[in-house]
Design a protein around this ligand. Structure first.
Ligand code: KIV
Length: 289
């Protein structure tokens, strides 16, 4: 009998469409490395996003803007190695797709070739609708992202909810519909009033994943480090903490520190022995006998 479990069935875009049709919530979470990917896979999520939130959560930048294509590719490839079942989406970082369709397609192709991701995600409506259309035409599925789009947070007035006036709400609706018409396979709505989400949902035939967008979406996404209480930065209003791993991790490392300083660790059981005869021979050799 093999010691290895049978490989899990990989989730497809068709599975997400079936979940939407059946009214079954789609669960998406971010991951940024191999152990994180193994954890979210074992937990049974449907979709994993290597978000450019990695810039802040794992690389220590103060926004998502500085993260590079090479950094995102390294993280996404590590996540790919740790995943079996979930669908894998990679964020194209700021500055890697906006300037032209050709640049967007080349970046998306690099991600698919070098990481094995299933889809790429880009932010905003406007010119991103054209970029989405071009990437889809090149055979790569795309996820759109509207509402609070952190890559352009400065021009949105900072990290704040979007669509809080009727005109802004209609602009968000138009962007979501345009991204769908451009061929996006799914869309993320971030930090928008629940009423705006409810107005957009009847127009969306593709799965809609929300983060701070209320309950009407087809699924939810949270940042791994936020939901597990790992990230030290301030959490947005929509974050629910399901664990406090940072506190547990500090306590563990503090105990290790104390035990090394007190010579409690390592204990005899953490060391390696050698046959008594070899130990005796070694002493003889050391003594030059
Ligand atoms: O970068 C990210 O983690 C994201 C999610 C918050 C949707 O885009």
């Amino acid at each position: 009998m093999s010691a290895h479990a049978a490989p899990k069935k990989r989730i497809t875009l068709g599975d997400l469409a079936a979940k939407k049709a059946a009214g079954e919530p789609i669960v998406m979470v971010t991951a940024y490395d191999y152990p994180g990917a193994q954890i979210v896979d074992a937990a049974g999520v449907d979709v994993v996003l290597v978000g450019d939130s990695a810039a802040m959560t794992v690389l220590g930048y103060d926004s998502t803007v500085p993260v590079t294509v090479d950094e995102m590719i390294m993280l996404t490839a590590a996540v790919r190695r740790g995943l079996q079942a979930p669908l894998l989406i990679a964020d194209l970082p700021f500055g890697s797709y906006e300037a032209s369709d050709a640049i967007a397609v080349a970046t998306a192709q690099r991600f698919v070739k070098e990481t094995g991701c299933d889809l790429v995600k880009i932010e905003r409506g406007g010119t991103s609708v054209d970029r989405a259309r071009a990437i889809v035409a090149a055979g790569i599925p795309v996820v759109g992202h509207v509402g609070l789009t952190p890559q352009t947070a400065t021009s949105l007035g900072g990290y704040r909810a979007q669509g809080r006036t009727a005109e802004e709400a209609l602009r968000l609706r138009d962007s979501a519909v345009a991204l769908q018409e451009a061929g996006c396979s799914a869309i993320v709505l971030e930090a928008i009033p629940s009423d705006v989400t409810a107005a957009i949902m009847p127009l969306m035939e593709i799965p809609v994943i929300g983060i701070g967008a209320g309950t009407a979406t087809d699924g939810q996404v949270l940042v791994f480090h936020d939901l597990l209480g790992i990230y030290d930065g301030g959490a947005a209003r929509f974050v629910k903490r399901y664990a406090d791993l940072r506190t547990a991790a500090i306590a563990g490392v503090e105990q290790y520190t104390a035990e090394v300083r007190e010579r409690v660790y390592p204990a005899p059981e953490h060391g390696y022995g050698m046959p008594a005869a070899e130990a005796e021979r070694m002493q003889e050799l050391l003594a030059g006998r």
